[in-house]
Write a protein that binds this ligand. Structure first.
Ligand code: NAP
Length: 252
């Protein structure tokens, strides 16, 4: 059965790579977007091909509108868009608010927030019944930092992801009658390479013992929630953001 195409932004590594491989195993054709690591994206596609799946690696910076158009044009060549996973994201070196400047904030919000909103808009144009589409599902990867605020580390990242939580609710209601579900997944501390961007590559490993489950999360554990939200199994779920944090940050 043709399940259509799913775009995973930042599908070359970490949570995005795990999501792309799991979604491919469920029968979706994949667009594996990456920013610069072509070898990692090609390795994800090769793993999908080896299992008989369909995948193409597409370079594109989600903070650049022309690149976003290029990613969606590549998806159009593969087939009917059925899903978008707004996963591409980045942090910055740990700093306090009084040390932020506009250049840092512009990067932070361009990748984590504006990219998600712009990609969602392109997906709606293709999937909404209002535009002649057949419906679909959008999953935004936000962060526990949206709720916890990330004081002393990257409050700007928390704010950028908080905006994605708001996008999830607002867009879900905007397109609920147009065949599109919009949900989010809020990972906790997951064992990926993103933490190197804080300037302290061992930060996540050091935190593991203090987490409720005394361990980091795995990319695969986040991917399972994302792919469930993509699927028809989640057919009455929209506007939800699922914590995949091993209990971190769930108490009010
Ligand atoms: P990761 O291992 O660092 O991978 C990041 C992915 O995003 C890579 O595929 C990278 O491409 C891509 N990317 C980065 N900037 C991009 C851009 N401007 N345009 C397109 N692609 C871009 O990160 P991760 O830990 O899997 O994180 C995935 C998502 O989960 C992010 O949104 C992150 O904020 C969120 N998250 C992660 C954690 C965690 O603890 N890991 C916790 C909460 C939320 P290249 O390979 O080309 O560099």
């Amino acid at each position: 059965m043709d399940k259509g195409v799913v775009i995973v932004t930042g599908g070359s590594r970490g949570i995005g790579a795990a999501t792309a491989m799991l979604a491919a195993s469920r029968g979706y054709a994949l667009v594996v977007n990456y920013a610069s690591n072509a070898a990692a994206a090609e390795a994800v596609c090769a793993a999908i091909h080896a299992e008989g799946g369909t995948a193409v690696a597409v370079r594109g910076d989600v903070s650049d509108e022309a690149d976003i158009d290029h990613i969606f044009a590549a998806a159009d060549r593969v087939g009917r868009l059925a899903g978008l996973v707004n996963n591409a994201g980045a942090v910055d070196v740990a700093a306090r608010v009084e040390d932020f400047d506009l250049a840092r904030l512009s990067r932070m919000f361009a990748v984590n927030t504006f990219g998600s909103i712009l990609c969602a808009g392109r997906a709606v144009k293709r999937m909404s019944t209002r535009h002649g589409g057949a419906g679909g599902s959008i999953v935004n990867v936000t962060s526990a930092a949206a709720k916890l605020g990330a004081p002393g580390v990257y409050v700007d990242y928390g704010a950028a992801k908080g905006a994605v939580d708001s996008l999830t609710v607002g867009l879900a209601l905007e397109v609920a009658g147009e065949g599109i579900r919009v949900n989010g997944v809020r990972p906790g501390i997951i064992d990926t390479e993103i933490h190197a961007g804080t300037g302290e590559p061992d930060r996540a490993a050091r935190m593991a013992a203090s987490l409720p489950m005394s361990r980091l999360g795995r990319a695969q554990e986040v991917a399972q929630a994302i792919v469930w939200l993509l699927s028809d199994e989640a057919s009455y779920t929209t506007g939800s953001v699922i914590n995949v944090t091993g209990g971190r940050g769930v108490a009010p």
